[in-house]
Design a protein around this ligand. Structure first.
Ligand code: 5GP
Ligand code: ZN
Length: 113
């Protein structure tokens, strides 16, 4: 299996895991862009947002609830957090297994780069 995030989900490659359940894994980004930079991924391989189907609707909602939980546990819920999902090359996607960037702990800027 060549997908790096599938390999992390299967524990073939180590990661600093902060949350896990049967459907979702959350772990620290290897190259953090904020004091808190956590990647939240479905354990199921989905290459980009464009590959989502009707059957993934609950999964995506669940991922947002997991991020709320992370925000509260990390103590950043009140200050705020940002979620980024890059879809395909021009948006900056480099790993083709859907992942939600959870970013917090510093002031965010707009528009994003
Ligand atoms: P993308 O550019 O696809 O939206 O985001 C991919 C993210 O995955 C990047 O922020 C990058 O630092 C992170 N990343 C790439 N390889 C690994 C890895 O092996 N482990 C972890 N923890 N993060 C990774
Ligand atoms: Zn994968």
């Amino acid at each position: 299996m060549s997908c790096i995030f599938c390999r992390i989900a299967n524990k073939e490659i180590p990661a600093k895991i902060v949350y896990e359940d049967d459907k979702v894994l959350a772990f620290h980004d290897i190259n953090p862009q904020a004091p808190y930079h956590i990647l939240v991924i479905p354990k199921k391989h989905i290459s980009t947002l464009l590959e989502l189907t009707e059957e993934d609707k609950d999964l995506i909602g669940h991922i947002y609830l997991v991020m709320n939980r992370l925000a509260r546990e990390l103590g950043v819920a009140e200050r705020g957090y940002r979620v980024v999902v890059n879809c395909n090359e021009e948006a900056g996607q480099t790993v083709f297994h859907v992942h939600f960037h959870f970013l917090a702990g510093r002031e965010m800027h707009w528009p994003p780069g």
